[in-house]
Design a protein around this ligand. Sequence first.
Ligand code: ADP
Ligand code: ADP
Length: 229
Amino acid sequence: MIRFDTVTKVYDRKTRPALDKISLEIDRGEFAFLVGSSGSGKSTFLRLVLKEDRATGGAVYVAGQNVANISSWRVPKLRRGIGVVFQDFRLLPQKTVFANVAFAMQVIGKNRSVIRETVPEVLKTVGLEGKENRLPHELSGGEQQRVAIARAVVNKPGILLADEPTGNLDPDTSLGIMKVLDKINQNGTTVVMATHDDDIVNQYRKRVVELRNGVIVRDEARALYTSMI
Ligand code: ADP
Ligand code: ADP
């Protein structure tokens, strides 16, 4: 589903590359944790998948397609197939829970009846039934992240990228978010989650890809978080 073939990303020629000839493949339906200290290249990895940045060398493939060959007018289509969740939620503060999720469908031209049917379903999946009319500030951090996840998956993307989704949440709330991400993965979405959260990595025992200074230093199935730093 995602393939990096000797990918290098250089932002500044005076410093080491943010990613240095990394190769890896994440299969359809997989769940992979991307771990590593701050500055190790996790966000750069996610940005290259989204074609928000261009690789300096090598090739990035998403769903079999080299993203370098996707013309700018087709980039929105690529991104529609990829849901994204951030540490800081990034909800629309003046819109209700329902409207935040509905918005993601409105912008791609889904009609009202489909939106009215689909939004409650996805809110149920993330455990937010009954909260449709709340505003983001009326929700806990964990609930806000659930709204962000609902919005990210409402258009049924093949891939969900999560960049430190539990970074602002306490351990119990984080586990709840992890259960939601796991459920979305069980439903068939490929999930890549960048994280520092060793409790979660250890509890869930998924594939762990560890970056250090832009290089993959570990890639193991069902691994524990045993930081090499
Ligand atoms: P992580 O997400 O693991 O914290 P990043 O991918 O953000 O790591 O950063 C990897 C390296 O690339 C760091 O050295 C960072 O300073 C550098 N970097 C990231 N984004 C930029 C940018 N837009 N311009 C210049 N350097 C950047
Ligand atoms: P607008 O697009 O005019 O800014 P909103 O963002 O408030 O409107 O809402 C987006 C859509 O979602 C509208 O069609 C609105 O009627 C509908 N909507 C909002 N909340 C609910 C809800 N709890 N149940 C059903 N439909 C809702």
